[in-house]
Design a protein around this ligand. Sequence first.
Ligand code: PMP
Length: 467
Amino acid sequence: KASNLQGYAPICLGLEDFYIRRLYLRIQDCFGRPISSAPDAWFDVVERFSNDNNKTLKRTTKISKCLNLGSYNYLGFAASDEFCTPRVIESLKRFSPGTCSTRVDGGTTTLHKEVEECVANFVGKPAAIVFGMGYVTNSAILPVLIGKGGLIISDSLNHNSIVNGARGSGATVRVFQHNIPSHLEKVLREQIAEGQPRTHRPWKKIIVVVEGIYSMEGELCKLPEIVAICKKYKVCSSTQKNLQSSGACYRYASMTYKAYVYLDEAHSIGAVGKTGRGVCELLGVDTADVDIMMGTFTKSFGSCGGYIAGSKELIQYLKYTCPAHLYATSISPPAAQQIISSIKVILGEDGSSRGAQKLARIRENSNFFRSELQKMGFEVLGDNDSPVMPIMLYNPAKIPAFSRECLKQNVAVVTVAFPATPLLLARARICISASHTREDLIKGLEVISRVGDLVAIKYFPAEPRKQ
Ligand code: PMP
């Protein structure tokens, strides 16, 4: 039942000899319910990700090798790379696999400094701070940025790490309809007029949280419109207290803020934009208009960890106050080196044009695969240029059959159901990589087409049925 490959991602630092074993913990039954007492046989274990640019992965059971159409390895860096891998191995020898210290207690190596400068420069912000895990970056940063008396307006389909961060912050959370700027504007206007619950005082701060590419939808964020709305509405905060020298009365200085924009680029940084700089570059948004830029290294960069990039003051503030920076062990040096090296390749600083080729390839591959699926009659979500393409299955009962049949024909796809999606909007989520060749994609399309016929998920028959 759970023989589908759910929720895996290659976090293998591009090291040739690292054999990866990952348990698939997100085990669900065909209704998407978590199965707590699943027998061991229900866990899919990947013996290793093979080294041929992550096109294949090997499983211990029955199928030994299959085309990997599910990993977030957008640029193919989660495999041995002629530029990155030797440098990662060197950093492993020079530093160690782990720092065994927090950033403030001896866990900051020269690589940690370098990776932060490199990321800030890449995303187009004055400064950046790096964390050991992408999920933690969202869930730990939001509570530092905002608290009681503040308002978070979150896209209804934001990732769980954002949802948890928002809940943990103690701020009031309001949700706007997925990627609909007019609804964001409505919520923002209502909330500014209403103020804090019960007291109706003005909000201390407002943060609007969106994603660059939505991981279950494949859609690009309507960032230009969202940024314009956040700039348009000024929040008048009267909570800055100045003690009057004359006595006991407080003067409330009235300050105006715009609503801050928080952008999670986990799936878009490195994957879209002419030079891989994400949705701002692709959609022509000035990075100065995005106050807090967040992203992860687990997708396009083939490493692990996450970052926040912003103004120097913001990053300085986070470095002094964020518990995940002060109390958590710093990111592993080889992982930091992998990030630095892959960014250098993307920017062509390795002296080759491989970065530009990878970027052109992922765009070409994504657009080819999406249009072919549509021609075959599948309902495919998402926008052009996005490497994430969900194929709608709707009925969650079709999930096991779809993934099992694909696996039988040596194609691994990720299937997703409730609670990651609404109950009746189950889907198979394809992720395209720059390392897929045209032959890989054609093979994948053939298999998906056959399985699509078998489980009857095509929107219309590709050819008229014979009587
Ligand atoms: N944000 C988004 C939008 C994600 O999709 C994910 C995970 N895929 C994360 C954050 C967490 O990142 P990580 O897996 O690197 O911890």
